[in-house]
Ligand binder design. Structure first.
Ligand code: HEC
Length: 278
């Protein structure tokens, strides 16, 4: 019973981390809005600036993100693929060939995509520049992330180091079980049951701050849910381990396979799959 209760507490902890990551989308969206505005300030103003007498395409409010976000002809919040503004820069039609800047980089495009995906929010007031006139011509304002935002981002960075624990522990626990080395197995599972949900929580945060485009987004989805499944199976194996349940062996083997597959996908996400090549 206490075993079950402790498993529930761990599960709750993981869920709480997930909830925090969700709630933080808005903060990230606003921070990205600040970046998008600075990007447009640097690359679009020569043709679409608010102080031009006749801006190109009669489009002279490229720094007014809320106005663009309210115009479905330009931006469909939540749907980058339907947003003309994003499609123009994605296909290198903007900034035009005559511009002083070349096409935007992949990362710059991704910043715009993610900003729209997260709802095309307005920038934080702090990123508006000083004074209302400053919003037009002031110097680029530094991006200011909140303490919570920075802390969550930092926790996300711990995903890499933390995942090594469940990867090794679950595999060793399965091995110990096959070799009937019960004490070693129980010890491994005890640590794995803490580290696997923690690593999954960090991973969730990490993904929220990463920029994965269409192809790797699908890979991320697989990695995310296999990772979450691994954490659940790790806690389940731990809960079963003291009961000498006959279900323990299959659950352990499943956990070892899950953690290896999730880990391989994670390696592919961060380093590309070519690094596994012979
Ligand atoms: C060298 C000049 C130049 C630069 C720089 C430039 N544009 Fe344009 N833009 C144009 C021209 C010219 C048009 C009108 C094209 C047309 O009507 O076919 C246009 C049209 C647009 C439109 C369509 C407006 C509408 O209402 O349909 C959008 C959106 C746009 N640009 C966004 C951008 C963004 C975002 C940037 C910066 C990343 C940018 N442009 C940089 C020249 C430029």
């Amino acid at each position: 019973m206490t075993r079950l209760r402790r498993a529930l507490v761990l599960g709750f902890f993981g869920l709480a981390l997930t909830g925090m990551a969700r709630a933080d989308d808005a903060a990230l969206g606003r921070a990205l809005a600040g970046e998008v505005r600075e990007l447009f300030r640097a690359t679009c103003l020569e043709c679409h600036g608010p102080d031009l007498a006749s801006p190109e395409g009669e489009f002279g409010y490229v720094l007014d993100l809320p106005r663009m976000a309210a115009d479905p002809e330009l931006v469909v919040p939540g749907a980058p693929a339907m947003s003309e503004l994003y499609l123009l820069i994605l296909h290198d039609e903007m900034p035009g060939e005559d511009s002083d800047h070349g096409a935007l980089s992949l990362i710059q495009k991704e910043t715009v995509r993610r900003w729209i995906e997260l709802g095309a929010l307005a920038p934080e007031p702090a990123a508006e520049g000083s004074g209302d006139a400053g919003a037009m011509s002031g110097p680029p304002s530094p991006r200011r992330a909140s303490l919570l935002d920075r802390s969550l981002r930092w926790l996300g960075e711990l995903h890499g180091p933390a995942v090594h624990f469940p990867v090794a522990l679950l595999v060793v626990a399965a091995l110990a079980q096959l070799l009937t080395s019960t004490a070693a197995m129980v010890f491994c599972l005890r640590v794995a049951a803490v580290m696997a949900p923690l690593a999954a929580g960090f991973g969730w945060l990490n993904a929220d701050y990463a920029s994965f485009t269409a192809k790797s987004a699908a890979l991320l989805a697989w990695h995310r849910w296999l990772g979450v499944a691994t954490a659940i199976v790790a806690v389940l194996a731990w809960a079963l381990s003291r009961k000498a349940s006959p279900a323990l062996r299959p659950v352990l083997i499943l956990g070892a396979i899950l953690v290896l597959v999730a880990g391989a996908l994670g390696g592919g996400l961060s380093h590309g799959f070519s690094h596994y090549r012979w």
